[in-house]
Structures are given as structure tokens and as C-alpha cells.
Design a protein around this ligand. Sequence first.
Ligand SMILES: Nc1ncnc2c1ncn2[C@@H]1O[C@H](COP(=O)(O)OP(=O)(O)OP(=O)(O)O)[C@@H](O)[C@H]1O
Ligand SMILES: [Mg+2]
Length: 262
Amino acid sequence: MWIGVGKGKGGAGCTTAALELAYAATRRRTRSGRPRRAAVLDLDPQGNATDVLEPESRRIGIKDVLTPHDPLPLRDVLLPSVWDRVLVAPADRFLANREADLTPDAVTALRRTRISGDIDGLVDDVIIDLPRDIGKISAAGLLGIRHLFITARATIWGAQGAEEMRYTAERIASRGNPELEISGYIIAAFEETPDSRRVVEEMRNQFGGKLLAPPVPRKIMVPESLESFHTPCREYGSELEPVADVYQKYYDSLLESADDSR
Ligand SMILES: Nc1ncnc2c1ncn2[C@@H]1O[C@H](COP(=O)(O)OP(=O)(O)OP(=O)(O)O)[C@@H](O)[C@H]1O
Ligand SMILES: [Mg+2]
């Protein structure tokens, strides 16, 4: 499955969701009974997902796929990570420089990779951490995927950001990716207060059944687990299991409902 995780506002739990969904994928099996393998494509020049997954080198990365000059095939930039059965296409700050000179051909590189099935023998799931800026790099990601999760905090600005991302996704879908579907809106780092409950109610009116339940609970050890220890929430310890369980549930329901075709 080609899955994107995006947001309209920074710090919305997007990278965390991309990583946790990739990990959730590796705990499931393919129809033939083999454990699933995932690739995380880091399309955010901040490179946070790359930092967590620690590939041996960042010399080559997603910037070499999204280039008009001698592009590399995606398979050549998928590197082993410190997580079992998770490959990573690294990002670095040079990715930001790609924005200006991305040709239409480069913008559709990931889409062509998906449709050609070129990495089907390598991984079962591709999870893209989309950047916040709405530019050609995020368009390249949105054109490539079939399933999109949008993350948001339960705040008014968070809900506005999710709405903006929906608008962008719908525009991309109508202009070049008719297979793109919003799989759900994820409320990240949720803490129950009267105000956050009210925002969730408003988001339910806005996004209907696509607002995923339950929200991801806020647990203060999440940054430590991923950023300091490079460890998925499930492997950090029992206090982060509720977080891992929610992402597993989101992944499992997508796996159940999606046909595995490209
Ligand atoms: N469930 C959670 N509980 C507590 N903290 C969380 C939770 N989920 C994410 N965080 C923390 O919130 C911060 C922002 O999350 P994250 O980096 O995933 O968001 P993002 O949308 O990718 O941000 P950016 O805009 O920088 O790309 C991180 O420090 C992360 O560890
Ligand atoms: Mg991020």
C-alpha cells in the first residue's frame, strides 16, 4: 500500500504517525504469510523521520529521485534502517533546494514508480512523510500515494490545517491522481479538556466518519522514545503501548479495507 501522512500545520504528529504506521505494518503478514516490509520516504527537508531511522549514510536520498538531472530509481535510495524490515529513503537539507527546479517529469517520479511496480519485490508498504509546505515536493508525494492520513492536534488551528490539507489533496486528486483517497483524519497527542472535546466534536461534523477514533493519546515519553532512543513506541515500554495500539488499529483497518493493488 502506498500511504502518505500529511498535515496543514506544523507539529501535528505527522512524522510520528508515519513512523508508527510503518512499524505497525511490519507486525502484520502478507497474504502469503511473510512478515510485511515497509519503506519510509522522507519528503520533509527537516529530515526528522531520517533522524529516527538512522540510515548508514545520507549521501544519496529522495533528492536524487526527485531531480531532473540523471534521477536515480527509488529502489537505489532505499537504505536499511535501525528498525527491522523498515527501509528509508533519506531526506537532507538539499531536498529543499529541489523545489525550484522540479520538472513535471520529476514531480511524477514516485507516481510512475508506484504504477510500474518497480519496488513491489522489495517492500509491501510505502509510507511517505509529507512536508507541510504545499509545493512541488509535497505534490510529488501526493501524486504517488493511494491512501492519505491527515494529522492534526485537537485545536482550532489544527482543524483549520487539516481542512487546508484536505483541499490540497482534493486538488491533486482531480488533477493527476484519481486513485487518491483520504483514509482518515488522525488527532495526535490528544489530551482531554473541555476545549479539545469541543474541537473534536466540530471536527466530527466537518470530517464525518473519516475522523479516526480513538484519538492518539498524549504521552510525554513519545519524543524520548523516537527522538532520543530511535525506538518505536511499542518497544519503548508499556506506558507507550496505548499510543502504539491506536496506530496499529489505524493501519489494520486500512489493510483490511484496501485492495492491495497499486
Ligand atoms: N502522542 C503523543 N504524545 C506526546 N507527544 C507527541 C505525540 N505524538 C507526537 N508527539 C510529539 O510532538 C512533536 C511533534 O510531532 P511530529 O514531529 O510527529 O509532528 P510533525 O507534524 O511531523 O512536525 P513538523 O511540522 O515539524 O514536521 C514531537 O516532539 C513528537 O514527539
Ligand atoms: Mg515532521
